[in-house]
Design a protein around this ligand. Structure first.
Ligand code: 5GP
Length: 178
């Protein structure tokens, strides 16, 4: 796997330091509120597992999974829910946890979907943001890193279901996917 990586973008230590910082800020902001953290499968699973342990206030967990149609390295913005939340979110403060925002279409779709369900609030926490690629406006309330327009894998992010278990975030060699 490592030989397919052109460059390590973020080391495990850099990621952990940022996750700790995000968890601390979320703990301050949500103190005294019913927090429900919702992870978006599968890409956010590893970030989610670290983040939830960095949050120092009571938090419930749930997961949602969507599929998008089209090329495997690009988001088309056409989504279908393939695993919905297990519980009602009425009156809860929902924090949507995503691995990466690119065009913004996925996060916007999910945010709008959850906002229809009478949550007390819906906010977003994203580890990686490719700001230069945004096609649609979506607010990111907690952002880990802004990254350049490169295709990255590792720490949960895949290419054709590979590389999710890399402990760092790396830029995938272009010849692998082009
Ligand atoms: P968006 O809907 O914002 O365009 O894209 C979000 C989704 O596209 C992410 O959840 C992820 O599945 C995929 N994606 C976008 N950029 C990357 C990337 O650099 N690496 C990987 N592995 N997936 C990406």
């Amino acid at each position: 796997m490592h030989t397919d990586i052109e460059q390590v973008l973020l080391t495990p230590e850099q990621i952990q330091a940022k996750v700790t910082e995000l968890g601390r800020q979320i703990s301050v902001d949500y103190k005294g509120k019913d927090l429900l953290a919702v992870g978006i499968l599968k890409g956010a699973a590893i970030f989610f597992a670290d983040l939830i342990r960095a949050i120092q206030i009571p938090a419930q967990m749930d997961f949602i999974a969507i599929s998008s149609y089209g090329a495997s390295s690009l988001s088309t913005g056409v989504h279908k829910i393939i695993k919905d939340l297990d519980q009602s979110i009425t009156g809860q403060h929902v924090l949507l946890v995503e691995d990466i925002v690119d065009s913004g279409l996925t996060l916007r779709f999910l945010r709008d979907y959850l906002a229809q369900r009478e949550a007390a609030s819906v906010k977003t926490c994203v580890l990686l943001d490719k700001l230069s690629r945004r096609q649609i406006e979506v607010s990111v309330d907690y952002r880990g890193f802004s990254i350049p327009d490169e295709f990255v894998v590792g720490y949960g992010l895949d290419y054709s279901e590979k590389y999710r278990n890399l402990p760092y975030l790396g830029i995938l060699r272009r010849d692998i996917y082009e």
